[in-house]
Design a binder for this molecule. Structure first.
Ligand SMILES: Cc1cc2nc3c(=O)[nH]c(=O)nc-3n(C[C@H](O)[C@H](O)[C@H](O)COP(=O)(O)OP(=O)(O)OC[C@H]3O[C@@H](n4cnc5c(N)ncnc54)[C@H](O)[C@@H]3O)c2cc1C
Length: 596
């Protein structure tokens, strides 16, 4: 998700971009090959106001529109469609980067092989972004990286071990099972691992909570593990690290062991404790997802202290909020430990731009789970929502760097932040200060409003309910005669594009998910709160000078380029229908002279 969002952002901002991906489908661990659901700062809706916006949210809404049955192949197609048909972006699937060249502080070229066409491809570029998860490009060109845990002395992190070590979280294969409504036999493959009830006693694999778990787990761990338990979705704790604990060089061996482990655990619950009599396997992954390998060193390294103290940085370009989620060092083999140590914290932390700049390189971004972060900070920042918004930030930064012909450290971070806000990325504590936005000087009125949701809220500069403010207009109702919101300009000005941020309701999940528990938390289809049909009307001295109709909207961020820019003194948003909700909701309206 990091690489995809980075590439889309760079291309949308005008940079000629190549997205090189060694597999046939996009999305990394969120693709149909691995099928992990995307988590982020909202921490599975413990903090819904922190859901990621931007490109990731747009992709999720595109998926909600067409994928009522949570089909991962359709999700693959949504991602493919976004990348394949994005102007300025060329997609190279099945193309594996196998080496790279640098000259001094600059990456010059990556060398790739496209398996399907037997082509050797060489890419030169002004800027490279390493979104491989493993930090492979960085490692190829000799950028500094780390593996394992920092010792406590280095950053003074509360949960760091006294001494540094080389332990990494393991890889996992997921599966999907279905309740068939009648008993289903399971005949295991010939080669499986055998697990006893003792081996699995600290790992949720049935509806009952073992006494030892009740005694040892804290309430949040119990809630996480046992609420809505259903054996239909692979167990994330089927996790292995390899004999030498080297996730990369032992990947193939780990996979072999994981296959035996997955079928071994399923055999246990089907044929030993018999807690899933009616369930049948529908799908078992063969491509293990990776949680942790290299972490690159950047200009700044995020730490557990930054995470726990909700640290704010002036050069914030992304944020995180997922708990520190640090897994047992030997995965399934640590039978006497819980599979993960989880440390929750309220609120969010900033991720500074410096974390994305590979130390010692002038044109190399690092991101995703190989971001410049300590192991404990990465235990939070690795979730795909956080990776995706970081990807959007570096893609946008790359385009600005190319556009201005300056290196990636010399761009204006303020401009980058403002661009990200305009593109519906949330940055804690920052507001819209875009000087090109004509709406900022306007007065606002509306046909009606609910208390606390007055029309002028749409100019608060923040596009979500957060920090005690609604930052939204909501109409009192919505009937066939419609509702309207009007912006009056202080003086006539030319308007060529209207940008509206509607409310997709962050309180409800939108992600593709394998787990029936996660599916049931969702509303099927387009979020009902999103405005569906609306018209923009421009007037000058009371005379209509422009009109644009939009029908069947399913997006939160809606950019409406007008057929022709017009000089006007007022812009009215007439709302005719939502996707089901009985009120109109708007977070922000921006007015621009041109489409941008
Ligand atoms: C079992 C499991 C459960 C998890 N649970 C969750 C969860 O519930 N929610 C969540 O958000 N996160 C979860 N995570 C963590 C999350 O999936 C990863 O941290 C995240 O995928 C990292 O994103 P990324 O974009 O950096 O890398 P990846 O998702 O690994 O993507 C890297 C991409 O780069 C491509 N690539 C790699 N090397 C090359 C190369 N040499 N040439 C060309 N292309 C290359 C890969 O094909 C892939 O598409 C889980 C991870 C695992 C393994």
């Amino acid at each position: 998700m990091t690489g995809l969002c980075a590439a889309l952002a760079a291309a949308r901002h005008g940079a000629k971009t190549a997205l090189v991906q060694d597999r046939p489908v996009l999305g990394g661990n969120a693709s149909s090959e691995v099928r992990m659901h995307i988590c982020g700062a909202s921490e599975n809706q413990q903090k819904p106001e922190l859901n990621e916006g931007g490109i990731l949210h747009e992709l999720m809404l595109n998926n909600k529109r067409v994928n009522d049955d949570f089909c991962f192949s359709i999700w693959d197609a949504v991602l493919f469609d976004a990348a394949k048909y994005q102007p300025n972006l060329t997609l190279y699937l099945n193309t594996s980067m196998h080496s790279a060249k640098a000259e001094g502080a600059k990456v010059r070229e990556i060398e790739c092989y496209q398996l399907t066409t037997e082509k050797h491809l060489f890419f030169t570029a002004d800027i490279f972004a390493d979104c491989t998860g493993n930090g492979t490009l960085g490692a190829f060109v000799g950028a500094p990286y780390r593996t394992g845990s920092e010792g406590k002395r280095e950053f003074g992190e509360p949960h760091a071990p006294d001494k540094a070590n080389n332990r990494r979280m393991g890889n996992t294969l997921l599966f999907k099972a279905k309740d068939m409504g009648h008993p289903v036999e399971f005949i295991p493959p010939a080669h499986i691992n055998e697990y006893t009830e003792y081996d699995l006693r600290l790992r949720k694999h049935g509806p009952d909570v073992p006494q030892e778990v009740l005694e040892r787990a804290d309430p949040s761990e119990l809630r996480m593990m046992y609420d809505g338990y259903c054996p239909d979705f692979g167990f994330w704790w089927i996790e292995l690290t390899g004999e030498q604990e080297d996730i990369i060089s032992e990947y193939e061996d780990i996979r072999d062991d994981l296959v035996k482990a997955v079928y071994g655990v399923w055999n246990h619950i089907k044929n030993v404790d018999q807690s899933a009599a009616n369930f049948a396997l529908q799908w078992v992954g063969m491509l293990p997802g990776t949680r942790e390998s290299r972490r690159m060193e950047g200009d700044y390294m995020l730490t557990e202290n930054d995470v726990f103290t909700n640290r704010r940085f002036e050069d914030v370009v992304a944020y995180g909020g997922w708990q520190i989620d640090n897994h047992a060092p030997h995965g399934l083999k640590d039978v006497d430990r819980f599979p993960a140590d989880v440390y929750e914290f309220p609120g969010s932390y900033d991720i500074p731009y410096r974390c994305y700049l590979a130390k010692g390189f002038e044109n190399l971004f690092i991101s995703g789970r190989s971001l410049s972060a300590s192991k404990l900070a990465m235990a939070s920042s690795r979730v795909m929502g956080t990776c995706a918004i970081g990807g959007q930030a570096i893609g946008t930064a790359a385009a600005q760097s190319i556009g201005k012909k300056v290196d990636i450290r010399s761009i204006s971070v303020h401009e980058l932040q403002q661009t990200l806000l305009r593109d519906d990325c949330y940055l804690p504590c920052l507001k819209n200060e875009d000087e090109m936005d004509l709406a900022r000087g306007c007065s606002v009125s509306a046909s009606s409003h609910q208390n606390g949701y007055e029309a002028e809220n749409i100019l608060s500069g923040v596009t979500r309910a957060i920090d005690g403010a609604t930052n939204a207009w909501r109409s009192a109702g919505l009937d066939a005669s419609g509702e309207w919101l009007q912006l009056d300009l202080p003086a006539p000005a030319s308007v060529g594009m209207v940008q509206i941020t509607f409310d997709s309701n962050f309180n409800i999940e939108k992600r593709i998910a394998l787990s029936s528990k996660r599916q049931k938390q969702q509303v099927i289809g387009v979020p009902p709160e999103l405005v569906r049909d609306f018209t923009i009307v421009l007037t000058l001295n009371g005379q209509e000078v422009g009109r644009q109709e939009v029908r069947n909207n399913h997006l939160r961020l809606c950019r409406v380029p007008l057929r022709q820019a017009a000089c006007c003194d007022s812009v009215r948003l007439e709302i005719h229908a939502t996707n089901g909700s009985p009120e109109a909701r708007v977070f922000e309206v921006r007015l621009y002279e041109q489409n941008c």
